[in-house]
Design a protein around this ligand. Structure first.
Ligand SMILES: *Cc1c(COP(=O)(O)O)cnc(C)c1O
Length: 459
């Protein structure tokens, strides 16, 4: 077989897809002017396990689980089959006034596996939409309880909750928020408990406790006006994989209770085993009033979000008045295909010791990444379960960042793509967020490429 000719044909085909794409598509989270010169555009033909296979025949290790969605591998046969079977049976039905088994079974299963007290499930279509649901429900709950003055939200500095207007309002990542600020709700931002920002010599726990005191002061300054606190438990993912001590969650729960405020746990990125426990809240032994789930919920196959809440909150909406009801809807609410994908994903959790295997993988990730801490431009190597982050800095001791215009992370990205690994840094934070099906050899490759990517980014 003339492999050279095949290779040439595949390269030509990949180039064609690239050109057709750039002629008509507007890509998410992208400065389109950078394509294709600064940023390569990589047409993908198919996926297999932890790998993406390009139109040009090249293989790419998906170290970011395709934006943190994939758990058990691309084109996972079991999930694919569940969707196909559901598609041949019932692809969709309006969920107002109608019901179907996948939605019921999924809600039952989510109630069973989430922290105690979360007994009601509302479905939305994606993470941001799920956050909107939680924010609206929290406010509406207080309206129904005769406390309409409770309409302030508290969010954490450096937090991220999505891109729609409400979700972006409670987000504090300037790159995404700043332009739209004039359009947004004005929440109160409490300082992030992020351990990277601890005082010199301060432990992560002491830092979290100090930040909790500041949170309490914020609540005390706004008595009776705060409707809900929203946070990402343990890891602020989009904010640069910044991590904090679980004691902050315990204190946040106590502060919310003391002030009659609701707690919204956005586990959209950290849920489903990512941090070492099935849900991150478990590490603090708390149950939130709302839990938002999405991303890994369908194993990375289809968009779906679930918002879980208490019976007590659900009951405040029950009445003979339409106004008291939660009249929020999306056309595809509770889509059966997405529910079937989620059910297949949760069946894998039931049948396999996913968390046990993840513990071994996380330990291996820690070993492989340990040497990076010695690099003169690595200010921090941190890890929570299956998330490992490496923060680059111009000055290690003072943690002074590189000038943003240097685009150090972009250099690492381009280098890694050339070597067949998808590392997609957040600014100058390189991170590993692999699918759980990743193996020893793949982690070794990831570590090798990360080492040379760090060298390329800091040269
Ligand atoms: C990704 C993310 C969202 C938004 O989800 P989308 O499906 O992208 O809208 C919200 N919160 C957190 C913590 C996320 O990581």
């Amino acid at each position: 077989m003339d492999t050279t000719k095949d290779d040439a044909a595949m390269l030509a085909e990949a180039a064609q897809w690239q050109a057709r794409d750039l002629a008509v598509l507007w890509h998410p989270c992208t400065q389109m002017a950078e394509h294709p010169h600064t940023l390569p555009l990589v047409p993908i033909a198919r996926g297999e396990g932890a790998w993406l296979i390009g139109r040009d025949g090249r293989r790419y290790l998906d170290a970011v689980s395709s934006w943190w969605t994939n758990l058990f591998g691309h084109a996972n046969p079991r999930i694919a089959e569940a969707i196909a079977e559901q598609a041949r049976t019932l692809e969709h039905v309006i969920l107002a006034g109608f019901s179907h088994a996948p939605a019921v079974q999924l809600a039952e299963e989510l109630v069973r596996i989430t922290p105690p007290g979360l007994t009601r499930v509302f479905f939305a279509d994606n993470g941001s939409a799920g956050v909107e649901v939680a924010l609206k429900m929290a406010f509406h709950h207080f309206v129904n309880r005769g406390q309409p003055q409770r309409r302030k939200f508290v969010a954490l500095g450096n937090g991220y909750h999505g891109e729609t207007i409400g979700a972006l309002s409670v987000t504090d990542v300037p790159l995404y928020r700043r332009v739209y600020a004039p359009l947004l709700l004005q929440p109160l931002f409490a300082p992030s408990p992020d351990a990277y920002e601890a005082e010199p010599g301060e432990s992560p726990e002491a830092c979290a406790l100090r930040r909790a005191e500041e949170l309490e002061a914020l609540f005390a300054a706004n008595p009776g006006e705060i409707c809900a606190l929203i946070l990402e438990p343990l890891v602020q993912c989009a904010g640069g994989m910044r991590m904090y001590h679980p004691v902050y969650l315990r204190r946040a729960r106590e502060i919310c209770d003391a002030h009659g405020t609701l707690l919204i746990a956005d586990e959209i990125a950290v849920g489903f085993g990512r941090t070492g426990t099935l849900f991150a809240c478990e590490q603090a032994g708390i149950a939130p009033d709302f839990m938002c789930l999405s991303k890994g919920l369908t194993g990375g196959f289809l968009p779906l979000a679930a918002v879980l809440t208490h019976e007590r909150i659900y009951e405040s909406f029950l009445d003979d008045s339409r106004e008291r009801a939660f009249l929020h809807s999306h056309s595809y609410t509770g889509n059966p295909l997405a529910c079937a994908a989620a059910l297949a994903t949760l069946a894998i959790f039931r049948e396999q010791d996913v968390l046990g295997r993840n513990r071994l993988l996380a330990a291996r990730m820690a070993e492989l990444a340990a040497p990076f801490a010695d690099h003169p431009q690595v200010a921090d190597v941190r890890q929570t379960g299956m998330i490992l982050a490496i923060e680059l800095a111009a000055d290690k001791a003072s943690k002074t960042p590189f000038p943003a215009a240097d685009r150090r992370g972009l250099r690492a990205y381009r280098h890694a793509i050339e070597r067949g690994v998808v590392l997609r840094p957040l600014g100058d934070v390189l991170y590993w967020f692999p699918p759980y099906c990743v193996g020893e050899e793949e982690l070794t490759l990831l570590a090798d490429v990360t080492a040379t990517a760090i060298a390329a980014a800091t040269a």
